[in-house]
Design a protein around this ligand. Structure first.
Ligand SMILES: Nc1ncnc2c1ncn2[C@@H]1O[C@H](COP(=O)(O)OP(=O)(O)OP(=O)(O)O)[C@@H](O)[C@H]1O
Ligand SMILES: [Mg+2]
Length: 249
């Protein structure tokens, strides 16, 4: 199993407060890794570290190293890095434009593509995100008119337009019902055949259903990182057992 991204002794402070402490973790390529842990343990900060969104936080100071394909992420231009490492947030964030324009936005910014190529690529990514059949006849509709689950799949499809190697998802299903959640999970399982997925989730059942590995954090420390079966069935640490029994968090 290849490692696509790795954190080495990664530490993040906001002012005086340490929110991630000496985290060492390697993310396997084309697998789904779930990040779990109590609110405030640093999961979002970890995701934002990986594509350098954290660079935009003035109060954040970092130590250690993160690599993408064995190169320090600092050696990439932020824009290049963020093309390769997409992010999808908790609340769906479609632009207030048509479905078509949402999908074309990054492509128009980065490339001069002819109309037909662009159309094909958009259809391909919508199919991959499991949304194509639901929107193919109404690409002019404002994206904000879609249901929450459809909006979230659109955001996933949109993040795919630049052919990322990694997609980071921060609790993408927390505002969705079980049926919409199931569609997103299907999409993620399909994507993981060719893309690395790193997903923050508060839903243990979801982690069990889709993740290959689970990483558990408390107070900025990586407590346990295991293949999903071992994590849930044979946790090594007392804190993990307590968390899974609902005694922490
Ligand atoms: N810009 C910031 N400035 C100062 N402190 C921050 C900032 N962003 C986050 N924090 C603090 O850092 C800690 C980790 O926050 P983070 O958002 O990474 O946690 P989380 O695990 O994603 O939590 P949740 O499950 O609630 O989303 C929290 O104590 C939070 O209040
Ligand atoms: Mg968070």
């Amino acid at each position: 199993m290849n490692t696509v991204m790795e954190m080495k002794d990664w530490k993040v402070n906001y002012g005086e407060v340490t929110v991630l402490n000496d985290v060492n973790i390697a993310f396997p390529e084309n697998r789904i890794t779930a990040l779990i842990g109590p609110s405030g343990c640093g999961k979002t900060t970890l995701l934002k570290s990986l594509n350098r969104l954290l660079d935009e936080e003035v109060s954040a100071q970092t130590q250690g190293e993160i690599t993408f394909k064995d190169r320090s992420i600092k050696d990439f231009h932020c824009e290049t890095l963020r093309q390769k490492i997409g992010i999808v947030f908790q609340t769906p964030t479609p632009f207030p434009f048509s479905i078509e324009k949402n999908m074309a936005y990054a492509l128009d910014y980065h490339f001069a593509m002819d109309r037909q190529n662009k159309k094909n690529l958009i259809s391909e990514k919508l199919k991959l995100a499991g949304l194509y059949d639901e929107v193919k006849d109404r690409m002019d509709l404002s994206a904000t008119n879609l249901s929450g689950g459809q909006q979230q799949r659109l955001c996933i499809a949109r993040s795919l337009t630049l052919n990322p190697d990694v997609i980071l998802l921060d609790e993408p299903c927390s505002s969705l019902d079980p049926k919409a959640t199931a569609k997103i999970e299907e999409t993620l399982l399909r994507l993981a055949q060719e893309i690395t997925i790193i997903i923050v989730t508060h839903n243990m059942a979801q982690a069990k259903r889709i993740a290959n590995h689970v990483a558990f954090f408390i107070d900025g420390e990586l407590v346990e990182y295991q293949p999903t079966n071992d994590f849930f069935n044979h946790p090594q640490k007392e804190e993990t057992r307590q968390y899974l029994e609902g005694l922490i968090g």
